[in-house]
Write a protein that binds this ligand. Structure first.
Ligand code: ADP
Ligand code: MG
Length: 728
């Protein structure tokens, strides 16, 4: 039985803030205590084995069985010294959350004795019963074999009593069934392509790492209210709820003081995160009431992504301990800001250079411009795939809605860089360059660092913005696995850089010197990709028109956005970059489409249930009260007076009847449409839910929200928005 609204509100009155005690007042004393970092392995391994492990981590050299055995023994010893009793392969299936299957270290020997066992084979590979994870048809259920394979580049860690080993998840046939494997491949593709381009500038560069710093937004609501709202509990968002008189207009929540109970929650999850080596550093309120953000220091992208996945789990568990529930949905409440997960992205070399940070002299600046312009060009050439990488049912509500980046992909570069690009475009002459031409250009390029310093103009409305030393992809949804966006971004940038190297080499071959070839190629890219650059207000209607004029696409919903995965050229690019095969792309497309309509179907069913079983009965009860009142008035007053005295009541009685009839009619229509959808294939079903059924849900919501304003407060069954957003 779900809780009634007033019971829930009463429960909240007794809540107190809880504070967990950290083991020390200095975070550095316990940071990473539950992580088996590579440096810690040194204590447990001989030098020879340790070096082989480093070869594997740093250079991707295959690990042999005896090394794996030693590493496993080291892990077991370390984990047991910290009280671990179980181990698990921790992986990221395409459901979007993380999965684990715990096995005990303890193994009976059969003669009454027992021992703790964890061997190389158990570290390297496990076979979870994988038949119920989505595979998009890659893995037939009858051969329900999927394997998890150790990812030695991400360190093992302990949660509770379990040693968790980060792994990739693949099918019997070797196809990726997770986010991690293609992410690692995509990061490798960028590494290869970017290193080749770096060779033009610095021969010492042998590796380029992708760095990722995510900013996670979320809502917190009290657990009792959550339980009294089946829509939020089942779908992650409020399907109903009239807008409260006050929400975020006064902007008094943003950077305001954080409520005590929330501080207690934040301190505890930060403690958990720090023990797991997740470098979270900032916490603050967000714009909407009860909305908050947490962000770490950036890390290598694969690790950063593992950390984000882990943190989402920690947030969820810690929230419950504090009698909160966390909402990671992109748009839990209509009319106020949604939640995103900005992905700050850059590339850094083994020589310690951030390739997206303007340098100190013309040479390093030319290198910066090379990576900068190629990134912009990659976005231009592949805006649709990038859009698809962030397409989910939840994000459809956010992109283009209040205070979220639009579904139109564009890049914000800032005033200085824009004029630099314009300058390069105009001043690189066709034909052979004279030495003076080159000196002029270099002087110009050399000016960049000084001017960038005062580049304070940071457009917040752009989905893909340059922010001084990194790009910030802001359209990623708060519930997403960052890998989806990072796989696509890495692949398109790798592809672009590979092409760039080829084109520059071709120019050199036909007689240009190196700098000239690079400059001319950059000029060509600047010219071609102009349409993607936009510095104005991304939230405005003008931009929608302007973008259409420029030929940029604006795919407002997931079923449409995902279609690009069927594009032959896109498939080819992912195959050539060795990130995803055609089969894997197709499987992912199907999984995403299925997720879309499944989630809309759940919403439609919950919507019907609440309208029929909560709203209509409460409304009818109120109407009955009004009817009693009207007939009572008629029994005690003369007719004329009774009529006048019951004017408002009669109006309400009629209005209520009209609305509940309308709701019933839409429910009948929606049921029919759902039956129709049931007969369609997945793709058509998703479209049907998007274009036919979702609008009907919106109509029901409109009517229910109007009833909320008419029905007596005491009788309204669902916690109201003002209660959900302001009680804590
Ligand atoms: P904000 O965008 O909120 O103003 P900052 O610009 O300071 O904040 O940084 C936001 C995020 O960008 C942080 O998580 C930070 O770790 C990350 N970041 C900074 N430099 C890099 C980089 N080179 N690569 C990836 N992420 C970075
Ligand atoms: Mg930011």
């Amino acid at each position: 039985m779900s809780k009634n609204r007033f019971q829930a509100l009463a429960e909240i009155m007794n809540r107190r803030a809880q504070f967990a005690l950290p083991p020390s007042s200095k975070v550095s004393d316990y940071f990473g205590a539950n992580v088996f970092f590579t440096y810690k392995m040194r204590e447990y391994l001989t030098e020879g084995i340790y070096d082989k492990l480093l070869d594997c981590i740093e250079r991707g050299v295959r690990i042999d069985r005896s090394v794996a055995d030693h590493v496993a023994a080291a892990m077991k010893e370390w984990a047991m010294s910290k009280g671990a009793t179980h181990y698990t392969h921790w992986f990221q299936p395409l459901t979007g959350s993380t999965a684990e299957k715990h096995d005990s270290f303890f193994k009976p020997l059969g003669d009454g004795r027992a021992m703790e066992k964890f061997e190389g084979s158990m570290l390297v590979q496990q076979e979870p019963d994988a038949s119920s994870f989505p595979s998009g048809g890659i893995r037939n259920t009858f051969e329900a074999r999927g394997y998890t394979l150790w990812d030695p580049t991400s360190p093992a860690f302990i949660v509770g009593n379990t040693l968790c080993v980060p792994t990739i998840f693949i099918s019997y046939t070797g196809h990726a069934l997770d986010y991690k494997m293609p992410l690692i491949k995509a990061l490798h593709a960028v590494d290869t392509a970017a290193t080749a381009v770096c060779q033009y500038f610095d021969k010492d560069v042998i590796k380029v790492n992708t760095t990722l710093g995510w900013e996670q937004e979320y809502f917190l609501i009290d657990q009792a209210l959550y339980k009294a709202r089946p829509d939020i509990a089942m779908t992650g968002r409020a399907l109903f709820g009239a807008r409260p008189a006050k929400d975020q207009q006064l902007e008094d929540h943003y950077f305001g003081s954080i409520p005590e109970r929330v501080v207690g929650f934040m301190k505890e999850f930060e403690l958990e995160a720090h023990l797991l080596g997740i470098p979270v550093t900032t916490r603050h309120n967000e714009v909407a009431p009860n909305q908050f953000e947490v962000a770490p220091m950036f890390e290598e992208a694969n690790l950063a992504n593992d950390h984000n996945q882990l943190l989402m789990d920690i947030l969820e568990k810690t929230a419950r301990k504090h009698n909160f529930r966390i909402l990671l949905h992109e748009k839990p409440f209509e009319g106020i800001n949604g939640s995103g997960k900005h992905n700050n992205w850059a590339l850094s070399t083994n020589t310690g250079v951030n390739l997206l940070k303007p340098g100190k002299n013309p040479k390093t600046n030319l290198q910066f411009l090379t990576f900068f312009i190629n990134t912009v060009a990659a976005i231009f050439e592949n805006a649709d795939v990038l859009r698809a990488s962030i397409a989910t049912v939840g994000n459809d509500h956010r992109l283009g809605a209040s205070e979220a980046p639009p579904a139109i992909m564009s890049c914000f570069l800032g005033l200085q860089l824009n004029s630099m690009l314009d300058n390069l475009e105009q001043n690189i002459k066709a034909g052979k360059m004279t030495p003076e031409d080159k000196t002029d250009l270099k002087l110009n390029i050399g000016k960049l660092p000084q001017v960038l310093l005062d580049n304070t103009d940071r457009n917040r409305t752009s989905p893909f913005a340059f922010t001084g030393n990194k790009f910030e992809f802001r359209a990623v949804g708060s519930s997403a696995n960052c890998a989806n966006a990072m796989i696509v971004l890495s692949t398109i940038v790798a592809n672009r850089l590979k092409q760039f190297r080829q084109d520059v080499d071709d120019r050199i071959e036909s007689g240009d010197d190196k700098d000239e070839a690079i400059l001319k190629e950059l000029q060509r890219l600047i010219k071609n990709s102009k349409a993607i650059r936009f510095e104005g207000n991304g939230y405005g209607d003008d931009w929608v028109k302007e973008a259409a004029r420029r030929g940029l696409s604006n795919q407002k919903n997931t079923p449409e956005a995902l279609k690009v995965w069927k594009d032959k050229a896109v498939n080819k690019m992912f195959e050539e970059m060795n990130v995803l095969t055609k089969e894997e792309i197709h499987a992912r497309y199907e999984i995403e489409i299925d997720k879309y309509w499944h989630r809309r179907e759940i919403e439609a069913r919950v919507c019907t249930d609440i309208a029929q079983n909560f709203i209509i009965p409460a409304t009818v009860a109120y109407q009955a009260k009004l009817v009693d009142n009207v007939s009572g008035l008629h029994s005690v007053l003369p007719v004329g007076e009774a009529k006048e005295a019951s004017r408002t009541q009669l109006m309400l009685i009629r209005s209520i009847s009209e609305k509940i009839n309308a709701i019933s009619d839409i429910i009948i229509e929606m049921t029919k449409e759902r039956e129709k959808a049931g007969k369609l294939n997945s793709e058509k079903k998703a479209e049907h839910y998007c274009h036919k059924i979702k609008p009907l849900m919106d109509n029901i919501r409109g009517l229910v929200d109007a009833l909320e304003m008419e029905v007596e407060d005491e009788l309204w069954p669902l916690p109201k928005m003002r209660e959900i957003l302001f009680t804590r």
